[in-house]
Design a protein. Structure first.
Length: 197
């Protein structure tokens, strides 16, 4: 059973981002995936310092283990000044090797726009971490939610369900091939997995 990890990069209570990730995760579960939600609000992390060793930090290692165990991800961010949240970017600095070769579906919640800039920023970050990203994404504004935080725009719901389905279906295929590519014998045709060993 493939494992899909949802990651909510919002630190706001009652987050629209979290609601979007939860709905996409529900669709992944309906496709037979095991799912789990990692809410960064519940797992505060220190700012990443490249020169430090975090192997003895149990809080960091617990989060890294969740990332490592998943085969694919649904990640959501609020849009902050055209970028992903600082909490989410900080997470990727800790786990860039653990996400290489794995598939992401990406979603964004904003105050007014459709989150295009933050989604482009998130996509670029994931590609530089050697992750795969679905060729489409989901943006929602505050107008797409009611006062209780429920998504009331049927188009947003449909797109989130498609993200959940496609991550659950394509994620395990990509990850299995990537794992095989990591152990290709010398002389075999090499793909990009050879760059991240």
């Amino acid at each position: 059973m493939p494992k899909v990890l949802g990651i909510s990069g919002s630190l706001r209570e009652g987050s629209h981002t979290r609601r979007m990730v939860e709905l996409a995760l529900q669709a992944a579960a309906e496709c037979g995936s095991a799912t789990e939600l990692l809410d960064l609000r519940e797992h505060p992390m220190p700012l990443f310092e490249a020169h430090r060793d975090y192997k003895d930090d149990t809080r960091i290692q617990a989060v890294v283990q969740k990332i490592r165990e998943a085969e694919c991800y649904i990640v959501g961010t609020p849009e902050y000044h055209g970028c992903m949240s600082g909490a989410l970017k900080n997470l990727f600095d800790f786990v860039y090797t653990e996400i290489s070769g794995k598939l992401f579906g990406i979603v964004a919640a904003t105050g007014g726009s459709q989150g295009v800039s933050s989604l482009d920023n998130l996509r670029a970050c994931l590609l530089y971490c050697h992750a795969w990203v679905l060729p489409y994404n989901v943006g929602a504004s505050s107008r797409d939610f009611d006062d209780l935080g429920n998504i009331v725009n049927d188009q947003v719901v449909d797109r989130l369900r498609r993200v959940g389905r496609d991550v659950a279906v394509y994620g395990p295929l990509l990850w299995e091939q990537f794992r095989r590519d990591l152990v290709q014998p010398d002389g075999a045709p090499q793909g990009f997995a050879g760059w991240v060993q």
